[in-house]
Write a protein that binds this ligand. Structure first.
Ligand SMILES: O=P(O)(O)O[C@H]1[C@H](O)[C@@H](O)[C@H](O)[C@H](O)[C@@H]1O
Ligand SMILES: [Mg+2]
Length: 272
């Protein structure tokens, strides 16, 4: 059989590039989503419309995500909306495609850097058409780790996030970073610029494309407990190597977040 999804993959790259032609506009209309610091702009809506109109066979679901066996696009039109609003220069368009609940390919266009990341199952990961691969550092004390504090400012959760970051910083690691976009953070793992990125509270559309890119670059994508990655769980750890992942998992203070698919929290068995 011909390569069934190759055309869709190539098309997604072109759509991401067109969608990424967004401009930082100081007059942009800023709205909020789940909290006063969870921002969305009219540009997010405009870019989403551009993408949905161009991708074949799309039915848009406004809220909630249910992954079925049907071929499914998982899109974040502007990942890093807060950056976008402030002119902080990391903003990405993220487009992933899943078939039978398995991610088939992912495209992340970091538009202000003009970096097009893409990967397809079994076909490698690329940035601007150059193959990319994760770092070979296995010693956590020689690593840079990314985490984000997200948009939930419930004091108990913020405390856990910062306590985790403090423990990781004091291992010690070379540094802690965060670009403000999960999609870009995962591409930084995939290129070897950092060894790992983890976050609790991200959504499926933030990490679906990045997950394929990290895996195809030779990395791993897991649940923050060490169990298998569950796209709907809003918990994700991506790393260059199992040794780095294991060491980080020891320090992560996990907290509950409602899943994207509304299913009650599932216990993730650790594979370590
Ligand atoms: O809402 P957008 O699409 O900009 O994305 C989110 C980022 O991707 C997270 O890493 C980040 O931590 C924030 O939660 C941010 O909201
Ligand atoms: Mg996002």
């Amino acid at each position: 059989m011909a390569d069934e999804w190759q055309e869709a993959y190539e098309f997604a790259v072109e759509v991401a590039r067109k969608a990424g032609m967004v401009k930082i506009d100081k007059e942009m209309k800023v709205l909020t989503k789940s909290s006063t610091v969870d921002l969305v702009t009219k540009t997010d809506e405009r870019v989403e419309k551009i993408i949905i109109e161009q991708l074949p066979c799309t039915e848009s679901t406004e809220k909630g995500c249910e992954l079925t066996d049907a071929p499914t696009w998982i899109i974040d039109p502007v990942d890093g909306t807060t950056n976008f609003v402030h002119g902080f220069p990391f903003v990405a368009v993220s487009i992933a495609f899943a078939v039978k609940k398995e991610l088939e390919f992912g495209v992340v266009y970091s538009c202000l850097e003009d970096k097009m990341y893409r990967a397809r199952n079994g076909k490698g990961a690329f940035c601007n058409d150059e193959p990319i691969s994760v770092s070979d550092v296995k010693d956590i004390t020689k690593s840079i780790i990314i985490s984000e504090h997200g948009t939930d400012r419930t004091p108990a959760k913020v405390e856990k996030i910062f306590s985790t970051m403090q423990k990781i910083l004091c291992i010690p690691v070379h540094g802690l970073r965060g670009s403000g976009t999960a999609a870009t953070n995962m591409c930084l793992v995939a290129t070897g610029a950092v060894e790992a990125f983890f976050e609790i509270g991200i959504h499926c559309w933030d990490v679906a494309a990045g997950a394929v890119i990290v895996r195809e670059a030779g990395g791993i994508v897991l649940d923050v407990s060490g169990g298998p990655f569950d796209l709907m769980s809003r918990r994700m750890l991506s790393a260059n190597h199992e040794d780095i992942a294991k060491r980080i998992i020891k320090e992560i203070e996990v907290f509950e977040v409602p899943r994207d698919d509304g299913v009650k929290h599932l216990q993730q068995p650790s594979s370590f």
